[in-house]
Design a protein around this ligand. Structure first.
Ligand code: ADP
Length: 809
């Protein structure tokens, strides 16, 4: 049945004609990967890819997102296909021109596969398009778009798990698009900006779209583009916003007899533009407009500029201008009225082959030729040019294979030398570390190279473990991007302020709401915390830990960009602010969510991580009041749950300190358990953990509450707003859990796994109001097999042990 569906869609598309066009879309393959059903998106049908004959290996895995995006436009991202070994999709092709290929990646965690951690390569018909790709970048959705010729009547797309990642990796994809491009979309030649000669041979190369900008216009989504491209506005890339203004938009674009089709760019691109802002008195008479695009400085790029005169009138030609790319004059005295056709609003574009400047920028400027004239730009596309086909072994050209072999052998030798050097360095480092661990002090995290220097510094703390940094460079964001997201750190966007610096609300270009934490300049300790937080956040992914979207270390900035938590801190919902009262069930769910997050941290990798600052102000609530633990600035790695770290610098927050840590400087995961016990009691009583205005015995909430718990009278001190709503059994279970968390010695405290288990049970008792079972008592331990009754209690339908492990979420 799926095969039948697949073919019917295939033939439907083969004969599908675009309206008002001579272009016939052919060789069309749209796949909803990892799904068994087809899906209609933007007037196309994405067929299930479970068709065995297109996949070289049928052992790949179908994965469903347990928390799929709610927006129906993102339905393609509900499933993914996972490849644990090299696997290819292979299609027959009718045409031999250029193909458009798009891959959609949307990471999630399911069935033990954390797609955020996948690292893999993707090659298509001999081009290595993605090398050690990871979907951990600034935005959740990654769409990679390429243009290439297949070189044969088959198209082979191969996914290969990386062998370079620290642990065995896997590959994944959520959707694939393949279709023949309109003939004129990519030409074989482009102009060199600093030479009168043309670059020939583009069709031999693969191109990857890096920027596609609708200058002066708004975002164009795939459903509004002739070949389902996305065009984004240019504001973020404008160098001096005051120098330009938007031209009056028009939809009356005259494509006829111009040689430019709508596939090159739709009306919505040619019909909007930016022109020189001559209105501003503060600006000189003759100046230019510049857009700046960060790119990889070592790669060649194809730059396509789109022009269309939507500012002149029939009587006056306003436009005569120069176009610069970098410092080179790409067009001198460009007069659109003199190009091939003389009517207004006729589209025109030009392709240039460009090498970025050393700093890694492509700057594009338009400048009126003389005072009184205007300059305009309607659209920009920047595409990375891939080296010749043959980087992967599917090439059919023997000559290219030979070049490849020579290249590979040189590369291989270099790689071998590099690997050996790294091994030697690591061995030396390990030796040094061991010595340091036994004799003196070592730092908690290895150095992260920022600002070109090592940040390795010795602190007065020591530990027996020091995990290496795996900070994902793909998460780097530009300062300009962050400035634009926060409206240049507008004080109206300020949402909080912490020890490290200010926190702003921001909105990224794709509409994602973010929290931007900007370190105070010149704060040495802040820098240490920044690196610690970055190190932890870039490694961990869990739905109850705040998700890192990106970071910026440009100039002297230290900025962390994480997902925005709509409902702020748990603390604010308990007291101090006049927010609506959380019910007992909501509070339990928040505690369970936070416990899951901390449990995940404690059991993360062989080492585990201690948060060290667990408190209600560091538990954030999203729009559904689901809890996420935040603020990892003080977190530390430990060798294992049994080990402790000697820390002479007491860090954390008053009222939450583990007394053992306070007295003996011994930091263990049980210190977090103590602090979490304080959070639990705070949640029940809804008052500050230290309140100096109260009588002496009440000042410290944990101590005071423990006395009531021991007397069996905890009910007396609960948040009065909860009176009569907590089932006594639920409260009893909760009180027992708190008491165990607050035990004086760490060994007597439960693990976070136990705490989680007990809180789940307290919730069940609240929900089902079940009576106390004779065997149920507070000594039940999560390391023992669960009792049969408990197994069927939790509601989610997932096995108890799976839920407890937390890793799979
Ligand atoms: P501190 O250093 O005091 O622990 P932070 O610097 O982490 O605090 O955060 C300060 C305040 O900013 C928080 O109390 C919270 O109100 C807000 N905040 C921090 N992160 C986020 C986020 N991801 N979403 C929404 N608000 C946040």
């Amino acid at each position: 049945m799926p095969e039948l569906l697949f073919y019917s869609f295939f033939f439907f598309f083969i004969f599908f004609q675009f309206p008002s066009s001579s272009f016939t879309l052919s060789d069309t393959y749209f796949f909803n990967c990892g799904s068994t059903t087809s899906l209609s998106v933007d007037n196309r049908t994405f067929a299930a890819d479970s068709n065995s004959h297109i996949l070289s290996d049928t052992s790949s895995i179908l994965l469903k997102d347990p928390n799929p995006p709610l927006d129906s436009r993102l339905d393609l991202y509900k499933t993914a296909r996972v490849f644990t070994r090299p696997t290819s999709y292979e299609f027959d092709l009718q045409g031999n021109g250029t193909f458009v290929i798009r891959f959609h990646f949307y990471p999630f965690s399911s069935q033990g596969y954390n797609l955020f951690s996948a690292v893999f390569n993707v090659s298509v018909s001999g081009f290595q398009l993605l090398s050690n790709f990871s979907a951990q970048k600034s935005s959740r959705i990654h769409i990679k778009e390429y243009f290439l010729t297949a070189g044969s009547n088959k198209l082979k797309i191969s996914f290969t798990p990386s062998t370079q990642s620290p642990s065995p990796s896997f590959a994944f994809v959520n959707a694939i698009e393949v279709f023949s491009a309109p003939d004129d979309l990519i030409a074989d030649k482009a102009s060199y900006v600093n030479s009168s000669q043309d670059y020939i041979g583009l069709l031999e190369q693969a191109l990857e779209s890096v920027y596609r900008i609708n200058v002066g216009g708004s975002k164009i989504t795939p459903s509004n583009d002739t070949v389902w491209r996305t065009w984004v506005p240019d504001e973020e890339y404008l160098f001096l916003a005051q120098a330009a203004k938007k031209a009056n938009p028009t939809t009356q674009i005259n494509y006829e007899n111009t040689g430019v089709s709508r596939y090159i760019a739709p009306e919505s691109v040619y019909g909007t533009a930016r022109e020189v802002n001559t209105i501003s008195n503060s600006m000189p008479m003759k100046f230019n407009i510049t857009w700046q695009f960060p790119v990889n400085s070592s790669e060649k790029h194809l730059v396509r500029l789109h022009f269309c005169d939507i500012v002149s009138t029939s009587s006056t030609n306003q436009l005569i201008f120069n176009v610069y790319i970098g410092s080179s004059l790409a067009e001198s005295s460009l007069d659109l009225s003199k190009i091939r056709y003389k009517s207004l609003a006729s589209p025109y574009y030009e392709d240039y082959m460009v090498e970025p400047d050393k700093a890694g920028y492509i700057n594009i400027s338009v400048e009126p030729k003389e005072a009184g004239k205007n300059a305009i730009l309607n659209g920009v596309e920047i595409m990375k040019v891939y080296p010749l086909r043959g980087v992967v072994s599917e090439s059919n050209s023997k000559k290219k294979d030979r070049i490849l072999l020579i290249g590979l052998s040189i590369g291989g030798s270099l790689a071998l030398v590099s690997v050996m050097s790294v091994v030697c360095l690591l061995a030396l480092k390990c030796k040094k570390r061991k010595e340091e661990a036994t004799t003196a002090e070592s730092t908690m995290w290895s150095p992260l190279p920022v600002y070109g220097e090592s940040t390795y510094s010795k602190t007065p703390e020591r530990t027996t473990a020091s995990p290496g940094p795996h900070i994902n460079l793909g998460l780097i964001m530009t300062f300009a991007e962050i400035q634009s997201a926060t409206n240049n750190f507008d004080t109206n966007m300020l949402i909080g302020s912490g020890g490290f610096g200010d926190v702003y609300k921001g909105v990224l270009r794709d509409g994602t709401k973010v929290a931007v934490k900007r370190g105070k300049p010149g704060c040495g300790q802040g820098r240490h915390e920044f690196l610690a937080e970055l190190n932890v956040l870039s490694k961990i992914h869990h739905r109850h830990l705040v998700f890192l979207i990106g970071y910026c270390v440009e100039q002297s900035e230290m900025i962390l960009v994480s997902e925005f938590m709509e409902n702020g801190t748990l603390k604010d919902h308990l007291y101090g602010k006049d927010l609506s009262c959380l019910s007992w069930k909501q509070r339990l769910q928040i505690c369970i969510g936070s416990a899951r997050g901390i449990h995940y941290l404690h059991t993360f990798s062989a080492q585990g991580i201690i948060h060290r600052d667990v408190k209600s102000a560091n538990i954030l609530l999203d729009e559904n009041y689901s809890a996420k633990v935040a603020d990892f600035g003080l977190s530390r790695a430990v060798p294992s749950p049994e080990h402790s770290v000697v820390s002479s610098a007491i860090k954390g927050s008053f009222g939450y300190f583990d007394p053992e840590y306070f007295k003996r400087f011994h930091l263990t995961q049980k210190s977090d358990v103590y602090s979490f016990g304080v959070v639990l009691i705070e949640v029940l009583c809804a008052r500050p953990v230290i309140d100096l205005s109260l009588p002496r015995e009440q000042v410290n909430l944990a101590e005071w509450a423990l006395q009531w718990q021991k007397k069996g009278l905890l009910m007396q001190i609960i948040d009065p707003r909860l009176a009569g709503t907590i089932h006594p059994d639920s409260l009893r279970k909760f009180g027992e859990t708190v008491e165990r968390c607050l035990a004086e010695y760490g060994v007597d405290r439960p693990t976070m796994g136990d705490v989680l288990w007990n809180l789940e049970y307290a919730l069940q008792l609240q929900e089902t109001a079940m009576t106390r079972e004779p065997h149920e008592d507070s000594s039940v331990n999560a390391s023992e097999p669960p009792l049969p009754e408990f197994r069927r209690l939790p509601s989610s339908g997932v096995k108890y042990w799976e839920r407890l492990s937390g890793h799979n979420e």
